[in-house]
Design a protein around this ligand. Structure first.
Ligand SMILES: Cc1cc2nc3c(=O)[nH]c(=O)nc-3n(C[C@H](O)[C@H](O)[C@H](O)COP(=O)(O)OP(=O)(O)OC[C@H]3O[C@@H](n4cnc5c(N)ncnc54)[C@H](O)[C@@H]3O)c2cc1C
Length: 297
Protein backbone atom coordinates (compact mmCIF):
# COMPACT_ATOMS: atom_id res chain seq x y z
CA UNK A 1 0.00 0.00 0.00
CA UNK A 2 2.74 2.38 0.94
CA UNK A 3 4.47 1.61 -2.34
CA UNK A 4 1.53 2.28 -4.59
CA UNK A 5 0.88 5.67 -3.06
CA UNK A 6 4.41 6.75 -3.85
CA UNK A 7 3.53 8.92 -6.80
CA UNK A 8 0.72 10.62 -5.00
CA UNK A 9 2.53 11.15 -1.74
CA UNK A 10 5.30 13.70 -1.82
CA UNK A 11 7.92 11.35 -0.47
CA UNK A 12 8.26 7.59 -0.47
CA UNK A 13 10.78 5.81 1.73
CA UNK A 14 13.57 6.01 -0.85
CA UNK A 15 12.98 9.66 -1.49
CA UNK A 16 12.72 10.31 2.24
CA UNK A 17 16.14 8.76 2.79
CA UNK A 18 17.54 10.83 -0.03
CA UNK A 19 16.00 13.95 1.45
CA UNK A 20 17.59 13.27 4.81
CA UNK A 21 20.90 13.08 2.96
CA UNK A 22 20.09 16.32 1.26
CA UNK A 23 18.92 18.23 4.28
CA UNK A 24 21.70 17.11 6.58
CA UNK A 25 24.25 17.61 3.90
CA UNK A 26 25.70 14.15 4.56
CA UNK A 27 28.65 13.60 2.29
CA UNK A 28 30.30 16.33 0.37
CA UNK A 29 28.34 19.10 -1.25
CA UNK A 30 29.65 18.27 -4.65
CA UNK A 31 28.08 20.97 -6.75
CA UNK A 32 28.83 20.06 -10.33
CA UNK A 33 29.15 22.89 -12.74
CA UNK A 34 30.35 23.34 -16.23
CA UNK A 35 33.64 24.59 -14.86
CA UNK A 36 34.50 21.38 -13.06
CA UNK A 37 36.33 18.62 -14.92
CA UNK A 38 34.41 15.35 -15.02
CA UNK A 39 35.37 11.71 -15.23
CA UNK A 40 34.25 11.80 -18.86
CA UNK A 41 36.66 14.51 -19.86
CA UNK A 42 39.14 12.16 -21.51
CA UNK A 43 36.71 9.60 -22.84
CA UNK A 44 34.71 9.76 -26.03
CA UNK A 45 31.55 9.11 -24.08
CA UNK A 46 29.42 12.15 -23.40
CA UNK A 47 29.27 13.32 -19.82
CA UNK A 48 26.33 11.88 -17.86
CA UNK A 49 24.61 14.59 -15.85
CA UNK A 50 22.93 12.40 -13.25
CA UNK A 51 25.35 9.51 -12.80
CA UNK A 52 25.77 9.79 -9.03
CA UNK A 53 24.66 11.63 -5.92
CA UNK A 54 25.63 15.27 -5.69
CA UNK A 55 23.85 18.57 -6.08
CA UNK A 56 23.57 19.60 -9.72
CA UNK A 57 22.24 23.04 -10.44
CA UNK A 58 20.64 23.45 -13.87
CA UNK A 59 19.45 26.64 -15.54
CA UNK A 60 15.89 26.91 -16.77
CA UNK A 61 16.02 27.33 -20.54
CA UNK A 62 12.30 27.67 -21.23
CA UNK A 63 8.90 27.32 -19.60
CA UNK A 64 5.60 26.55 -21.31
CA UNK A 65 2.16 26.53 -19.73
CA UNK A 66 0.32 23.42 -20.92
CA UNK A 67 -3.04 23.88 -19.22
CA UNK A 68 -4.49 25.63 -16.16
CA UNK A 69 -2.18 23.84 -13.67
CA UNK A 70 0.63 22.19 -15.61
CA UNK A 71 3.89 23.51 -17.04
CA UNK A 72 6.70 22.06 -19.11
CA UNK A 73 10.16 23.22 -17.99
CA UNK A 74 13.30 22.67 -20.04
CA UNK A 75 16.59 22.68 -18.09
CA UNK A 76 19.86 23.05 -19.95
CA UNK A 77 23.03 21.14 -19.21
CA UNK A 78 26.18 23.24 -18.77
CA UNK A 79 27.84 21.01 -21.36
CA UNK A 80 25.63 20.88 -24.47
CA UNK A 81 27.15 17.51 -25.41
CA UNK A 82 26.23 15.96 -22.05
CA UNK A 83 23.35 13.47 -21.78
CA UNK A 84 21.10 12.68 -18.82
CA UNK A 85 22.55 9.19 -18.31
CA UNK A 86 19.17 8.10 -16.94
CA UNK A 87 17.76 4.63 -17.47
CA UNK A 88 14.18 4.16 -18.63
CA UNK A 89 11.52 4.89 -15.96
CA UNK A 90 13.91 6.97 -13.80
CA UNK A 91 12.93 10.15 -12.03
CA UNK A 92 15.02 13.05 -10.71
CA UNK A 93 15.04 14.10 -7.08
CA UNK A 94 14.86 17.89 -6.86
CA UNK A 95 15.73 20.17 -3.96
CA UNK A 96 14.18 23.59 -3.53
CA UNK A 97 13.60 26.26 -0.91
CA UNK A 98 9.97 27.28 -1.38
CA UNK A 99 8.96 30.82 -0.44
CA UNK A 100 7.71 31.09 3.15
CA UNK A 101 8.96 27.66 4.16
CA UNK A 102 12.06 27.24 6.30
CA UNK A 103 12.25 23.56 5.40
CA UNK A 104 13.51 22.68 1.93
CA UNK A 105 11.28 20.58 -0.33
CA UNK A 106 12.72 17.42 -1.83
CA UNK A 107 10.49 15.90 -4.53
CA UNK A 108 10.97 13.61 -7.51
CA UNK A 109 9.92 14.51 -11.07
CA UNK A 110 10.02 12.33 -14.16
CA UNK A 111 11.70 13.64 -17.32
CA UNK A 112 9.53 13.57 -20.42
CA UNK A 113 12.37 14.34 -22.85
CA UNK A 114 14.36 11.71 -24.73
CA UNK A 115 16.79 10.45 -22.07
CA UNK A 116 19.60 10.21 -24.63
CA UNK A 117 19.06 13.76 -25.92
CA UNK A 118 22.21 15.83 -25.41
CA UNK A 119 22.06 19.25 -23.79
CA UNK A 120 18.82 19.30 -21.84
CA UNK A 121 16.17 17.56 -19.81
CA UNK A 122 12.47 18.46 -19.72
CA UNK A 123 10.03 18.06 -16.83
CA UNK A 124 6.27 18.39 -16.82
CA UNK A 125 4.98 19.60 -13.46
CA UNK A 126 1.44 19.86 -12.16
CA UNK A 127 0.90 22.54 -9.52
CA UNK A 128 -1.05 21.46 -6.44
CA UNK A 129 -2.91 23.99 -4.28
CA UNK A 130 -0.40 25.02 -1.58
CA UNK A 131 2.06 22.53 -3.04
CA UNK A 132 5.51 23.54 -1.80
CA UNK A 133 7.70 22.11 -4.52
CA UNK A 134 5.25 22.31 -7.43
CA UNK A 135 4.53 26.00 -6.69
CA UNK A 136 8.26 26.72 -6.48
CA UNK A 137 8.80 25.05 -9.86
CA UNK A 138 5.87 26.96 -11.36
CA UNK A 139 7.49 30.24 -10.27
CA UNK A 140 10.72 29.47 -12.12
CA UNK A 141 11.47 31.59 -15.18
CA UNK A 142 14.13 31.23 -17.90
CA UNK A 143 17.52 32.00 -16.37
CA UNK A 144 16.57 30.71 -12.89
CA UNK A 145 18.10 27.50 -11.57
CA UNK A 146 16.86 24.34 -9.93
CA UNK A 147 18.91 21.94 -7.84
CA UNK A 148 18.84 18.20 -8.59
CA UNK A 149 20.11 15.73 -6.01
CA UNK A 150 20.14 12.38 -7.72
CA UNK A 151 18.35 10.03 -10.09
CA UNK A 152 15.89 7.46 -8.74
CA UNK A 153 15.65 4.28 -10.73
CA UNK A 154 12.23 2.87 -11.50
CA UNK A 155 11.48 -0.51 -13.09
CA UNK A 156 14.55 -2.23 -14.59
CA UNK A 157 13.18 -2.27 -18.14
CA UNK A 158 14.68 -4.73 -20.65
CA UNK A 159 13.65 -4.61 -24.30
CA UNK A 160 11.35 -7.49 -25.28
CA UNK A 161 11.15 -8.86 -21.75
CA UNK A 162 7.36 -8.77 -22.19
CA UNK A 163 5.36 -9.29 -25.36
CA UNK A 164 2.99 -6.51 -24.34
CA UNK A 165 2.39 -4.03 -21.56
CA UNK A 166 -0.70 -2.32 -20.22
CA UNK A 167 0.02 1.20 -19.01
CA UNK A 168 -2.63 2.78 -16.80
CA UNK A 169 -2.19 6.45 -15.88
CA UNK A 170 -4.23 9.05 -14.05
CA UNK A 171 -3.61 12.81 -14.26
CA UNK A 172 0.02 13.88 -13.78
CA UNK A 173 0.88 10.18 -13.35
CA UNK A 174 1.27 10.15 -17.12
CA UNK A 175 4.93 11.31 -16.95
CA UNK A 176 6.63 7.98 -16.11
CA UNK A 177 4.17 6.20 -18.39
CA UNK A 178 5.08 8.53 -21.27
CA UNK A 179 8.79 8.07 -20.58
CA UNK A 180 8.24 4.31 -20.91
CA UNK A 181 6.17 4.67 -24.11
CA UNK A 182 8.79 6.79 -25.83
CA UNK A 183 11.67 4.61 -24.56
CA UNK A 184 10.05 1.48 -25.99
CA UNK A 185 8.84 2.91 -29.29
CA UNK A 186 12.00 4.92 -30.01
CA UNK A 187 14.13 1.79 -29.54
CA UNK A 188 14.19 -0.03 -32.91
CA UNK A 189 15.18 -3.25 -31.11
CA UNK A 190 12.22 -3.21 -28.74
CA UNK A 191 9.10 -4.83 -30.21
CA UNK A 192 6.88 -4.66 -27.10
CA UNK A 193 3.22 -3.89 -27.79
CA UNK A 194 1.71 -1.09 -25.71
CA UNK A 195 -1.87 -0.52 -24.54
CA UNK A 196 -2.33 2.79 -22.75
CA UNK A 197 -5.34 3.74 -20.62
CA UNK A 198 -5.27 7.37 -19.52
CA UNK A 199 -7.92 8.76 -17.16
CA UNK A 200 -8.22 12.49 -16.41
CA UNK A 201 -10.66 15.00 -14.96
CA UNK A 202 -11.20 17.24 -17.99
CA UNK A 203 -10.16 17.22 -21.64
CA UNK A 204 -7.48 19.89 -20.91
CA UNK A 205 -5.82 17.39 -18.58
CA UNK A 206 -5.08 15.01 -21.45
CA UNK A 207 -1.38 15.84 -21.28
CA UNK A 208 1.01 14.87 -24.09
CA UNK A 209 -1.91 14.19 -26.42
CA UNK A 210 -0.07 15.30 -29.56
CA UNK A 211 2.92 13.16 -28.69
CA UNK A 212 0.73 10.07 -28.19
CA UNK A 213 -1.07 10.77 -31.48
CA UNK A 214 2.26 10.91 -33.26
CA UNK A 215 3.32 7.57 -31.78
CA UNK A 216 -0.04 6.08 -32.81
CA UNK A 217 0.56 7.33 -36.35
CA UNK A 218 4.06 5.83 -36.45
CA UNK A 219 3.23 2.53 -34.69
CA UNK A 220 -0.43 1.75 -35.48
CA UNK A 221 0.02 -1.99 -34.84
CA UNK A 222 2.04 -1.72 -31.65
CA UNK A 223 0.57 1.25 -29.82
CA UNK A 224 -3.06 1.66 -28.76
CA UNK A 225 -4.52 4.14 -26.36
CA UNK A 226 -7.84 4.90 -24.80
CA UNK A 227 -8.66 8.13 -22.99
CA UNK A 228 -11.42 8.58 -20.46
CA UNK A 229 -12.56 11.85 -18.89
CA UNK A 230 -14.48 12.15 -15.61
CA UNK A 231 -15.96 15.58 -16.31
CA UNK A 232 -16.24 15.82 -20.06
CA UNK A 233 -17.87 18.61 -22.03
CA UNK A 234 -21.14 17.73 -23.77
CA UNK A 235 -19.65 17.95 -27.25
CA UNK A 236 -16.49 16.01 -26.36
CA UNK A 237 -15.75 12.97 -28.53
CA UNK A 238 -13.64 11.40 -25.79
CA UNK A 239 -15.08 8.61 -23.66
CA UNK A 240 -16.69 9.73 -20.43
CA UNK A 241 -16.05 8.22 -16.98
CA UNK A 242 -13.30 6.93 -14.77
CA UNK A 243 -10.91 4.01 -15.25
CA UNK A 244 -13.31 1.26 -14.23
CA UNK A 245 -13.28 -2.53 -14.32
CA UNK A 246 -15.77 -2.40 -17.18
CA UNK A 247 -13.46 -0.20 -19.26
CA UNK A 248 -10.41 -2.34 -18.52
CA UNK A 249 -12.31 -5.53 -19.46
CA UNK A 250 -12.73 -4.04 -22.93
CA UNK A 251 -8.99 -3.39 -23.20
CA UNK A 252 -7.34 -6.29 -21.37
CA UNK A 253 -7.64 -9.59 -23.22
CA UNK A 254 -4.95 -11.80 -21.78
CA UNK A 255 -4.09 -10.85 -18.20
CA UNK A 256 -2.97 -14.36 -17.28
CA UNK A 257 -0.31 -14.36 -20.02
CA UNK A 258 2.94 -14.17 -18.03
CA UNK A 259 4.57 -12.24 -20.86
CA UNK A 260 2.24 -9.37 -20.03
CA UNK A 261 3.05 -6.64 -17.51
CA UNK A 262 0.91 -3.81 -16.20
CA UNK A 263 2.30 -0.44 -15.05
CA UNK A 264 0.18 1.88 -12.93
CA UNK A 265 0.68 5.52 -12.00
CA UNK A 266 -1.96 7.90 -10.73
CA UNK A 267 -3.62 9.47 -7.72
CA UNK A 268 -4.05 7.32 -4.57
CA UNK A 269 -7.76 6.59 -5.02
CA UNK A 270 -7.26 5.38 -8.58
CA UNK A 271 -4.24 3.25 -7.70
CA UNK A 272 -6.05 1.71 -4.75
CA UNK A 273 -9.05 0.76 -6.86
CA UNK A 274 -6.74 -0.85 -9.42
CA UNK A 275 -4.29 -2.60 -7.13
CA UNK A 276 -6.51 -3.16 -4.09
CA UNK A 277 -5.58 -3.23 -0.46
CA UNK A 278 -5.06 -5.84 2.24
CA UNK A 279 -8.79 -5.77 2.82
CA UNK A 280 -9.98 -6.18 -0.77
CA UNK A 281 -8.58 -7.20 -4.16
CA UNK A 282 -8.32 -4.53 -6.82
CA UNK A 283 -9.64 -4.38 -10.35
CA UNK A 284 -6.39 -5.76 -11.80
CA UNK A 285 -6.66 -8.88 -9.63
CA UNK A 286 -10.28 -9.31 -10.73
CA UNK A 287 -9.07 -9.15 -14.32
CA UNK A 288 -6.63 -12.01 -13.70
CA UNK A 289 -3.31 -10.21 -13.21
CA UNK A 290 -0.98 -11.76 -10.63
CA UNK A 291 0.76 -9.45 -8.12
CA UNK A 292 4.15 -9.98 -9.82
CA UNK A 293 2.69 -8.69 -13.08
CA UNK A 294 1.83 -5.31 -11.58
CA UNK A 295 4.30 -2.46 -11.15
CA UNK A 296 3.43 0.82 -9.42
CA UNK A 297 5.56 3.89 -9.93
C1 LIG B 1 8.70 8.79 -8.54
C2 LIG B 1 7.83 10.04 -8.64
C3 LIG B 1 7.83 10.77 -9.82
C4 LIG B 1 7.03 11.93 -9.92
N1 LIG B 1 7.01 12.62 -11.10
C5 LIG B 1 6.22 13.71 -11.22
C6 LIG B 1 6.17 14.45 -12.46
O1 LIG B 1 6.84 14.13 -13.44
N2 LIG B 1 5.35 15.56 -12.51
C7 LIG B 1 4.60 15.97 -11.42
O2 LIG B 1 3.89 16.99 -11.53
N3 LIG B 1 4.64 15.29 -10.24
C8 LIG B 1 5.45 14.19 -10.12
N4 LIG B 1 5.51 13.55 -8.91
C9 LIG B 1 4.84 14.14 -7.73
C10 LIG B 1 5.82 15.19 -7.10
O3 LIG B 1 6.98 14.54 -6.63
C11 LIG B 1 5.21 15.94 -5.89
O4 LIG B 1 4.69 15.02 -4.99
C12 LIG B 1 4.16 16.95 -6.32
O5 LIG B 1 4.72 17.94 -7.16
C13 LIG B 1 3.54 17.65 -5.09
O6 LIG B 1 4.56 18.21 -4.33
P1 LIG B 1 4.33 19.61 -3.57
O7 LIG B 1 5.53 19.85 -2.70
O8 LIG B 1 3.99 20.66 -4.57
O9 LIG B 1 3.03 19.35 -2.72
P2 LIG B 1 2.95 19.24 -1.10
O10 LIG B 1 3.37 20.53 -0.49
O11 LIG B 1 3.71 18.03 -0.68
O12 LIG B 1 1.40 18.99 -0.93
C14 LIG B 1 0.46 20.06 -1.08
C15 LIG B 1 -0.93 19.52 -1.25
O13 LIG B 1 -1.07 18.83 -2.49
C16 LIG B 1 -1.54 17.49 -2.28
N5 LIG B 1 -0.82 16.62 -3.23
C17 LIG B 1 0.52 16.51 -3.32
N6 LIG B 1 0.84 15.63 -4.30
C18 LIG B 1 -0.33 15.17 -4.81
C19 LIG B 1 -0.65 14.27 -5.85
N7 LIG B 1 0.31 13.66 -6.59
N8 LIG B 1 -1.96 14.02 -6.09
C20 LIG B 1 -2.91 14.64 -5.40
N9 LIG B 1 -2.68 15.54 -4.41
C21 LIG B 1 -1.39 15.80 -4.12
C22 LIG B 1 -1.17 17.14 -0.87
O14 LIG B 1 -2.03 16.18 -0.31
C23 LIG B 1 -1.33 18.49 -0.17
O15 LIG B 1 -2.65 18.73 0.17
C24 LIG B 1 6.26 12.37 -8.81
C25 LIG B 1 6.27 11.62 -7.62
C26 LIG B 1 7.05 10.47 -7.55
C27 LIG B 1 7.04 9.69 -6.25
Amino acid sequence: MAQFQRFAQPLGSRTAIASVFAVLGVGAYCARSSLLPTTYAESNEPRKMFSGVGFTSLRVHSVKMVNHDTKRLVFEFPDPEAVSGLSLTSSLLTFSRPQGSWLPAVRPYTPISDLAQPGFVELMVKQYPNGKSSTHLHLLAPGDSLTFITALKGFPWKANQFSQVYLIAGGAGITPIYQLVRGILDNPNDKTKINLVFGVNTEQDLLLREEFDEYKRRFPDRFNYIYTISHSAENSLVRKGRVTEELLREVVKDASDKETKVFVCGPPAMEQSLVGSRASPGILTNLGFAKEQIYQF
